[in-house]
Write a protein that binds this ligand. Sequence first.
Ligand code: MTE
Length: 306
Amino acid sequence: MSQASPSLLPSEITAESLYLDRRRFLQATGGLIAAAMLPDAQAAALVTRPSRFSSNEEKNSWAQITSYNNFYEFGTDKGDPARYAGALKTRPWSLRVEGECEAPKTFDIDVLMKLAPLEERIYRMRCVEGWSMVIPWAGYSLSELLKQVRPTSKAKYIEFISLADPKQMPGLSRPVLDWPYTEGLRIDEAMHPLSILCVGLYGKPLPNQDGAPVRLVVPWKYGFKSAKSLVKIVLRETQPATAWNKAVPSEYGFYSNVNPAVDHPRWSQANERRIGDLLRRKTLPFNGYANEVAGLYKGMDLKKHF
Ligand code: MTE
């Protein structure tokens, strides 16, 4: 199915959430915060080292990052992932990497956790709906994984595919997207050191609602590019379809770089609300990562390639 149900687009849901002030936000999520407040004491702490790519802005809290999520496989309400993702089985888990490469391979999650030294990457994240957070992810550059499979010269794009298991993911019963959730990057974007394979949050393994056990994080693009709970990565010669682009091509392009100069067809992208703040702030080009990534798009018309 490639038709999104118009009543379930993120914008509809956001229209409401955007206008929640801080108190209403806290009331709306209050029940969840108690459950989501503390990192699981049982979960072993991850050993991470600091990264030169980390932001020094104030971090959002564990409670905020784990109670206000988009993970449509568990429902379209911001609280649904915290409500329903708890039962997702994240062991055993493997990630298949295949396509245009010399050494396709299936990586067990426990191998992936140790494939390269874990870094704490404190990233600004900006959702296309107009809210943002500062999140201390744990992971390593995606290039560390990709180089293991030895991409061929035909590998121009990378496709990312999330788990789609109707037995575990109640949201799959609704045709909001053409499941599984898929996303894509150009290979130079994927190899950029800012793009990470993420396995943790606040020094703990990723909570399920944030994309356990392994997800992509690409901080200069709108949040929907950062696909969660990955099961497959395919190196491709041609640009892959992406779930949101298939659903609403006029609103969600392949590149999806954070660009305050290009409005979403139904709302401005000029500013954003940092979750926890009362006032909106200006959105920065490439979400503040222009120094690092603007060079990737030299000569491209980013209004056309939105
Ligand atoms: N990945 C999958 N598989 N399913 C989703 O619905 N939502 C995206 C992205 N990755 C999504 C996904 C969107 S719209 C955003 S804003 C981010 O995840 C949110 O990530 P967070 O909940 O960890 O902040």
